[in-house]
Design a protein around this ligand. Sequence first.
Ligand SMILES: [Zn+2]
Length: 243
Amino acid sequence: MFRSLSLRVFKGFAVAQATHRTSALSNGYHARKASSSSSRHSVVTSLTKTCPSCGTVLPTALPVCPNCNYIARIHDSISYHDILGLSYEPNPFAVDVALLKRRFLEAQRIAHPDAWATKTESQRDVALHMSNTVNAAYKTLSSPLHRIEYILQRNGFKTEEADPLEDLELISEIMEVREEIETGDIERIRTLEEDNDNKIREVLNTVTKSVSEKNWEETKAAAVRLKYLNGIADAIKQRLDNM
Ligand SMILES: [Zn+2]
């Protein structure tokens, strides 16, 4: 298996060398050595539709080819959107959730370490790294809050674990609702749940707009608000579970 792979890599390299009118014979050993070491450490900084090794159309956005067992590391600069075959532009917040799920399952099937269990150690390493990256991409993009934080990070904003809450109106709103969650009857809790769901929907609409306008200040403020509304949703759920 390994021999046939390295032969194919070697052949590709030799063809490339021949166009430079280099003696394929005298460079044979070095060519093989260079290409096998570059495939071990190969990192792609942009994704291609076809396999760089055998030229067939790749089944996913990942640099993974089931046809010739080509697999390469993905550089950190490539977005989670691109990794899962979703477009980052024009609006990275607007994600089709059903498509995201489908792309994740396809990517995970092809990069899963089990699928590479019988391959070389370096291929298994790359597959494990890729599988972890695919999981992180899905986890991040499927949560609206994590998606916002990820977009902010890519645009140079650090989102702290505990954002200082400076909006006094928001503080009193949150405290009031929190108290009602503790004391209200079931009917009141249901109403609070509905109100909170509506508020979350409003924030998500705001973010869709602010991200498309690249208004990062508004996006940051919305992320803080969403974090607190998510906290309220959890508190409501917990209270309902205990009723
Ligand atoms: Zn291939």
